[in-house]
Ligand binder design. Sequence first.
Ligand SMILES: Cc1ncc(COP(=O)(O)O)c(C=O)c1O
Length: 361
Amino acid sequence: MSEVCNFNAGPAMLPRAVLERVQSELIDYHGKGMSIMEMSHRSKEYEAVNANAEATFKRLLGIDKDYRVLFVQGGASTQFAMVPMNFLPVGATADYLITGLWAEKAFEEAALLGKPTQAASTKEGGYRRMPTNQELRLTPHAAFVHYTTNETVQGTQFHAIPEVGDRPLVADMSSDIFSRPIDASKFSLIYAGAQKNLGPSGVTVVLLRESWLEKANKGVPTMLRYATHVKNNSLYNTPPSFGVYVLSLVLEWIEKAGGLPAMAERNNAKAKTIYDAIDGSGGYYRGHAEPGARSIMNITFRLPSEELEKKFVAEAQAVKMVGLAGHRSVGGLRASIYNAIPLEACQTLVSFMKDFAQRNG
Ligand SMILES: Cc1ncc(COP(=O)(O)O)c(C=O)c1O
């Protein structure tokens, strides 16, 4: 098998142990003579997968009673609309922290449905940092405050939960969920596309404080109503069953590896390896994010010229390091180092960076 260092931003690398388990169970799931993909979502086998995924998700966060975990479709992009559809009442506003491409998209979607407020923006200066608590201009009775914990494109990350008083807090955690411990009790709703830290594309996870549902708007179409999925245990219609199955295995893998504290320790060490190489390059590599807002998941940096950036990506690819081109909207380089990426892949990248700078300095 050809081994690559996979720095894709999502869909992204999955743990090898999970892929091997999927492979071993693919054709004959638990002696049933068929794969999980071919079974009814009403079968007791799939119901067990669904229940196990929810239970493991909650155990990893250390929460239980007040919250529900939902597995839905449509990606995080559909959540951009579902959140305001359900929780932005007519005539009210919700506060959005504008920190990069994904926060902008969430805000734009809310603006199609109501009148959200930009309670902070770090656009000036090119989204290199996250706003401080002092900068937040929160609306007194905001229906909720929405923020993006990790901006996948810009490579910036909040390192503390914003202080929003008693306003319900909603977070898009698509690109850093389960990369570190998080106090879930501070949130009314968290959502994340699975395809970075949790599993394959096609599944979106929503963590929802059940009591908040009482405030939800009425008259939302059935599939876009959180209450539908809560009431039916994510089984209202045919779920993305294979994706939920793989996701449940990834969650078990995280738990076995020591849970979220262990993920944070690994991820911090991985990120430090690459940031140290950037900082030690005498200015050859320039990080995009300000040091206090550096992401431990997506490391964005520039080279002295766009020609050199193209050359870097091509040469890296030739030695089996893939996915290093920055997002098409910003250019530059980006190394996405989600949970499944081993430290060794980061060390390989660093050796390459040093060698490239020497040859092209
Ligand atoms: C932070 C963040 N939010 C939302 C999205 C959109 O997710 P999806 O493609 O699942 O709609 C992405 C995708 O990369 C993302 O990184």
